[in-house]
Design a protein around this ligand. Structure first.
Ligand code: FAD
Length: 577
């Protein structure tokens, strides 16, 4: 069906828009057919044949307050490239997903590959889509559905969104938001005196705030972290149970160990003081993890890994801190923060690392109310039109600043060092320097700040390390990414730590005389306490990457099998349901 002029397809009530632009009217007709057939009940499909029409349409939709969920553009639109048009979309529609339409097989052609690579590096597009070739074209629809789910997450309209209602942003409400974030549960925050907040408060029989309202109608009034995690997902009470292996930490290393441990018949428990995913959940887009060419959000990766471990039979105890570890004959005993205890034949320490604190009291008081430790994965889409500051000079801070620059009016990266190159990879420095709404302040630190009448961050005080002068700047969001320290402070003295508190493992222990067992050598990821292994960022010499943490988690399980074989211990089998 060739396309004949601009066309908007019903329904014409205010629903999110899917916009496609292509000068080739026959090709555009096929795209329109696929989009309408599959999505016209919930989205309005708008198809236009030039960049000018697309711009005019995007402006009119923004002026009318209408949402645009997805823009698809051909590679060439008269004099301009599709990537250029798509790069401007977020100025008008900050949550829209953007994709280049390409021909099947053309990614092998130098020009198309280069165009996709450049447009992704400049963050002009999320990805590409192969034009539909038949009807229905499920490959095309798989791409479109993925974009729509990402849009729904960013727009806070994804299914099963939990709502937190509170009188203020900070305090307990902010902690509850963090708990849900760490359990990878989509959530939204409502002030109690906003129209939607009032409706939920009115329907709650005068329960005390903050309220947590679940999609199934369950309402919890100021729940404990454990009550919230239990209501949101599958956490068990592990007290006094016995396992083959207990994994402390549900980040990439711990989740990988859980998948391999449970799938290989070990009774496996994961204990985490929060939820799943660890640091990875603060990464908006992991681009370097094998098998995800368009990148994967840390949250999505953690959700899938959790599900995978769960279907193999691994058990999870969220919101439980491991507080002590000791050996008692042939078993290792772990004390938990609620007073409970679990025992295992082997333990994997996958406790990762935690951000260092800024230790400026005015800033600490605003954590959750405009001040955040870690990456902006879930907050970034809410920073539209705001002045945002990121503190840190390493790759994670650079990535965060670039991600925020897609939404915020202005992003400022505050760095203590006198050059970006000292802490950041070259490719990120190039992107940071090439982003117009991203400024870098070198030799600068945050020394103070304050809130507005609603208790949200309003300004920061910055001090120059070069000349000692201070100035106050407007700021609505501050993301702090100032280095990490390993979560190893709770471990017993007999477990040897290296410089900075990272856990020492493997042959180094023997060389340095801290391995005290004459009957065998330590396995490569084994700590100085036999039967206790370490994997991921908490381990001395780790690579601080998702892939290496995942690799080490799986290797630790392999080594535990070897240890059981050497010590002639048979696994007990799957964990009790
Ligand atoms: C913003 C950001 C972006 C990143 N981007 C990338 C990227 O693009 N690519 C990449 O490869 N890597 C990236 N990384 C690094 C990557 O996330 C880490 O290397 C990886 O998460 C380490 O995994 P882990 O399992 O060792 O530890 P973590 O992810 O730190 O998980 C450890 C878990 O253990 C829990 N825990 C700690 N102590 C205890 C205790 N006593 N009891 C119970 N639980 C405990 C913690 O709460 C946490 O949930 C990024 C990191 C950040 C912060």
């Amino acid at each position: 069906m060739p396309f004949a002029g601009r066309r908007a397809t019903f329904p014409l009530v205010s629903v999110p828009v899917l916009l496609a632009v292509d000068e080739d009217s026959a090709a555009l007709g096929e795209i329109e057919r696929e989009l309408v057939d599959r999505y016209a009940r919930s989205y309005r499909v708008v198809c236009v044949t030039s960049a000018e029409e697309a711009r005019a349409e995007l402006e009119a939709l923004a002026a009318a307050g209408e949402d645009v969920a997805l823009v698809l553009s051909a590679q060439h639109l008269g004099g301009i490239r599709g990537g250029e048009l798509l790069g401007r979309v977020r100025e008008l529609h900050p949550h829209a997903q953007r994709a280049l339409l390409i021909e099947w097989g053309s990614w092998g052609a130098g020009e198309t590959a280069e165009e996709i690579f450049q447009a992704m590096a400049r963050r002009q597009i999320e990805y590409y889509v192969i034009r539909p070739s038949q009807t229905p074209d499920e490959l095309f629809h798989q791409s479109v559905s993925t974009f729509l789910l990402e849009w729904a997450h960013a727009r806070r309209v994804s299914p099963h969104t939990v709502r937190i209602v509170s009188e203020e942003w900070a305090g307990r409400a902010s902690e509850l938001k963090e708990v849900l974030g760490r359990c990878a549960v989509p959530h939204a925050f409502l002030l109690a005196d906003s129209p939607d907040g009032r409706k939920l408060v009115d329907g709650s029989d005068g329960e005390p705030l903050p309220l947590v309202v679940f999609p199934n109608g369950t309402v919890l009034a100021n729940p404990t972290n454990l009550e919230l995690a239990s209501a949101a997902g599958a956490t068990i009470d592990p007290d006094r149970r016995e396992y083959d292996v207990v994994i402390i930490g549900g980040g990439p290393a711990g989740l990988s160990a859980a998948v391999y441990g449970a799938s290989e018949g070990l009774r496996t428990l994961v204990v985490d003081d929060g939820g799943i995913g660890g640091q990875a959940t603060s990464s908006s887009l992991i681009r370097n993890y094998l098998g995800f060419p368009r990148g994967v959000s840390g949250r999505r990766l953690a959700e899938s890994a959790y599900e995978q471990a769960w279907v193999f039979g691994a058990k999870f105890a969220f919101m439980h801190d491991a507080t002590a570890l000791r050996r008692e004959e042939d078993r290792l005993r772990l004390a938990l923060s609620d007073g409970g205890e679990v025992s295992a034949r082997a333990v994997i320490l996958a406790t990762g690392a935690t951000y260092r604190r800024l230790e400026v009291p005015e800033i600490e008081a605003l954590v959750g109310a405009g001040v955040f430790y870690g990456g902006p994965a879930s907050e970034a889409p809410t920073t539209v039109d705001e002045d945002v500051y990121v503190v840190g000079g390493a790759n994670s801070a650079g990535q965060a600043a670039l991600h925020l620059a897609e939404y915020a009016r202005q992003v400022t990266l505050v760095v203590r060092a006198d050059s970006l190159e000292k802490g950041m990879s070259h490719y990120l420095v190039t992107q940071v320097e090439g982003t117009p709404n991203l400024e870098v302040l070198l030799e600068t630190e945050v020394v103070g700040g304050g809130a507005d009448g609603e208790g949200w961050l309003e300004h920061l005080v910055l001090r120059s390390r070069a000349d000692g002068t201070s100035r106050t700047v407007d700021a609505q969001e501050l993301f702090l990414m100032i280095g990490a320290k390993p979560n190893s402070g709770w471990l017993p003295e007999e477990l040897a730590l290296g410089e900075g508190g990272f856990i020492r493992t493997g042959r180094d222990l023997e060389r340095d005389g801290v391995w005290r067992h004459d009957d065998r050598c330590p396995f490569s990821l084994e700590t100085s306490m036999s039967g206790v292994f370490a994997a991921g960022d908490v381990r001395e010499g780790s690579m601080n990457r998702v892939a290496s943490a995942v690799g080490e988690g799986s290797v630790a399980i392999r080594l535990i099998h070897e240890m059981f074989a050497a010590e002639q211990l048979a696994p007990q089998g799957p964990a009790p349901r």
